[in-house]
Ligand binder design. Structure first.
Ligand code: PMP
Length: 358
C-alpha cells in the first residue's frame, strides 16, 4: 500500500501513526475483547478516552478552569446557529465580521435569532483578505463579536486577533491548534473536527462558562451549551469513535511538541508561497499579509492549465488540490498532519509543470 499526499481541505490528512494505532486497537481495545466503538459511553474504558481527549485539549489550548471544552455533534455549521441561540438574548445585537463564505454562513444563521451588525465586509473582495484591525468599528453593547479565524475557501487568515470589549467568538475550524494564540482573549471558540483535530462528526467548543448562562429556557436541551457543560458532553451518546481519534491526534500533537508543529506549519507554508512568488506563472489569491498557513490558494494563467495541473499532480500521488467548487483555482491544504516531504513534492512539481507549460 502506498499513501498519497492528501491536500484535501477536510476531511483531511491524519497523522499516519494515529491511523496505525487505531488499526492496532480496532478489534480489541486494550485487552477488553471489543472495539472502542463497541464500548458503552458510560463504561470505564471509554471514560478514560473521553477524559484524556478533554485534558489534552485543555493542555494544548492552555485554557483556565473558567472554560469548558465540549464535543458537540452537527459540525461547525451547527455552531453557526448555537452561538446566537445561546449568546444573543432577546433584543440584543451581535457584531459579525464577514470575511468570506464561512463567515457569511454564520451571519445568515445569526440573522434568524437577533440583530446582526456586519461591522466589516471583505467577503467578496479579490484578492481575498481579512479586515485590518483598524477597520473594525465595534457596536457598544453588542452581545459578542464573531470572526472566522481562517477562511478555508479564500485562503485568508487573521494574523492578529482583534481586542474586543464584548466576548470574542471565533470559528477556528481550519486553523485550531496550528499556531499559538491566547485563549483568554476569547469568550467562545468552535471548530469542526475534521481538519486539524480528527475525523468528521463533531465540533469542539471551548466556552467561558459564564456565557452559557445567558441562554433562554426556550432553547432545546441538546442545543444549550449549558447541557453539555453540566454533563461533560455526555448528556446523550457522543460520537465515541471520533472522540477516540481526536484523543490520539491530540496525544500526537503533545508528543510532537506544539511549538515544533507551529514552526513547521510556518515553514511548510513559506516553501509553497516562495515558489508562487518566484514565478509569474502562479498567482496567489490572498493579500500577502493575510495569507493562510493552512489553505494556500493560487491560480494558473487559465482554467485549462489548472485542470491539467490538478490531473497531473493527482497522477503523481498529490490529491485534493482542486480549489473549492465555488471559486476554482488551486488550493493546497496543509494542516498539522501534512508532512514536509509532501510540501517539497508539490514545490518540485510546480517548478516542473511551469517549465513544461509556462
Ligand atoms: N467553518 C469553516 C471555517 C470551515 O472551513 C467549515 C468546513 N469546511 C465549516 C465552518 C463548516 O464545517 P462543518 O462541515 O463541520 O459544518
Amino acid at each position: 500500500m502506498e499513501r498519497v499526499y492528501n491536500f484535501g481541505a477536510g476531511p483531511a490528512v491524519l497523522p499516519e501513526e494515529v491511523l496505525a494505532e487505531a488499526q492496532r486497537e480496532l478489534l480489541d481495545f486494550k485487552g477488553s475483547g471489543m472495539s472502542i466503538m463497541e464500548h458503552s459511553h458510560r463504561g470505564k474504558e471509554y471514560d478514560a478516552v473521553h477524559t484524556e481527549a478533554v485534558d489534552n485539549l485543555r493542555k494544548l489550548l492552555d485554557v483556565s478552569p473558567d472554560y469548558s471544552i465540549l464535543f458537540i455533534q452537527g459540525g461547525a455549521s451547527m455552531q453557526f446557529a448555537m452561538v446566537p441561540m445561546n449568546l444573543l438574548g432577546a433584543g440584543a445585537s451581535a457584531d459579525y465580521v464577514n470575511s468570506g463564505t464561512w463567515a457569511d454562513k454564520a451571519v445568515k444563521e445569526a440573522n434568524l435569532f437577533g440583530k446582526v451588525n456586519v461591522i466589516a465586509n471583505t467577503g467578496k473582495e479579490i484578492p481575498t483578505r481579512m479586515p485590518g484591525n483598524e477597520e473594525l468599528k465595534f457596536t457598544p453593547g453588542a452581545a459578542y463579536v464573531h470572526i472566522t479565524s481562517n477562511e478555508t475557501i479564500a485562503g485568508a487568515q487573521w494574523k492578529v486577533f482583534p481586542r474586543t470589549v464584548a466576548p470574542l467568538v471565533a470559528d477556528m475550524s481550519s486553523d485550531i491548534l496550528s499556531r499559538p494564540f491566547e485563549a483568554s482573549q476569547f469568550g467562545l471558540i468552535y471548530a469542526g473536527a475534521q481538519k486539524n483535530l480528527g475525523p468528521a462528526g463533531m465540533a469542539v467548543v471551548v466556552i467561558r462558562k459564564d456565557l452559557a448562562e445567558r441562554v433562554s429556557t426556550a432553547v432545546p436541551t441538546m442545543l444549550k451549551y449549558k447541557t453539555h457543560i453540566e454533563e461533560n458532553s455526555l448528556y446523550n451518546t457522543p460520537p465515541t469513535f471520533a472522540i477516540y481519534i481526536l484523543m490520539l491526534v491530540t496525544r500526537w500533537i503533545i508528543k510532537m511538541g506544539r511549538e515544533n508543529l507551529y514552526r513547521q506549519n510556518v515553514e511548510k507554508a513559506a516553501r509553497i508561497y516562495r515558489a508562487i512568488d518566484a514565478s509569474s506563472f502562479y498567482k496567489g489569491t490572498a493579500v500577502r499579509e493575510f495569507r493562510s498557513d493552512m489553505n494556500l490558494t493560487f491560480r494558473l494563467p487559465s482554467e485549462a492549465l489548472e485542470e491539467q495541473f490538478i490531473k497531473e499532480a493527482s497522477r503523481q500521488g498529490m490529491k485534493g488540490l482542486k480549489g473549492h467548487r465555488m471559486v476554482g483555482g488551486i488550493r493546497a491544504s496543509i494542516y498539522n498532519a501534512f508532512p514536509l516531504a509532501g510540501v517539497d513534492a508539490l514545490v518540485a512539481f510546480m517548478k516542473d509543470f511551469e517549465s513544461k507549460n509556462g
